[in-house]
Design a protein around this ligand. Structure first.
Ligand code: 13P
Length: 254
């Protein structure tokens, strides 16, 4: 019912040449996959060439961030309209690295989410607690805060075409993934919060990805959880072989 979505967040990696090479390898490896939505998120400078390299295939393009205004005196920013123009279908918003290093707030996230929808871009909204917050028993409160503020004001149709990512900060880039049970617990919470605001029917249509040290050897167990509808992959997506293995795990899991 929910098409699984596996997205590769390339973060601050890959020149244009490297991006094209990675896409070429990946396209060969996942050519026959039709039951999984596959997305890659290169850096801004590689988006245009990546769009050309992806043309006609089964892999979609995402940006790693966006600004909420269409144009104007906002030095250094890129608008949703420009991302659509370059060929993006998705945009990652509110990644913990942006919250941590660049001062991104829930309010910024909400503006970016609304502006993305206004231009037909699908937002992937990141939520997730730090280790300190988990140990203090605040996981539920933090995820709720990120989620409810991030999606505030969206219509039912907009939330259905929004992807939520649960990315516990302690699992990102650490090699220490959440266990399938830990992921399922938070994913079920996210779905029930969406259900409270909209309805069960709407909540059942929203895709919730897990992110944080997803690798070929743990992807199957994570994706087997009932409320885990895909993965947002960092490190393992920077290599065609390991990313393709995760995509194939999703193809087998659903
Ligand atoms: P890792 O897969 O490297 O832990 O990164 C996850 C992530 O931040 C994806 O957005």
């Amino acid at each position: 019912m929910r098409t699984p979505i596996i997205a590769g967040n390339w973060k601050l990696n890959k020149t244009i040449h490297e991006a094209v090479a990675l896409i070429a390898s990946l396209r060969c490896m996942v050519d026959g996959v039709s039951n999984v939505e596959i997305v890659v998120a290169p850096v801004f400078t590689a988006l245009a060439t990546s769009a050309e390299a992806l043309a006609g295939g089964n892999i979609r393009l995402a940006a790693q961030d966006v600004f909420w205004e269409d144009n104007g005196a906002f030095t250094g920013e890129v608008s949703p309209r420009m991302l659509k123009d370059v060929g993006c279908d998705y945009v990652i918003i509110g990644h913990s690295e942006r919250r941590q290093y660049f001062g991104e707030t829930n309010e910024n996230v909400n503006c970016k989410v609304k502006a993305s929808h206004a231009h037909g871009l699908i937002p992937i909204i990141c939520t997730g607690e730090s280790l300190e917050q988990r140990e203090a028993g605040r996981t539920e409160a933090v995820v709720k805060d990120h989620l409810l503020n991030g999606i505030a004001g969206l219509s039912a149709a907009q939330i259905i075409s929004t992807v939520i990512a649960y990315e516990p900060v302690w699992a990102i880039g650490t090699g220490r993934n959440a266990t399938p049970d830990q992921a399922q617990e938070v994913h079920a919470l996210i779905r029930s919060l969406i259900s409270d605001i909209y309805s069960d029917d709407v909540a059942l249509k929203v895709r919730i990805q897990y992110g944080g040290s997803v690798k070929p050897d743990n992807a199957g167990a994570l994706l087997a959880q009932p409320d885990v509808d895909g993965a947002l992959v960092g490190t393992a997506s920077w290599d065609a072989e390991s990313f393709a293995q995760i995509i194939k795990a999703a193809d087998n899991a659903f």
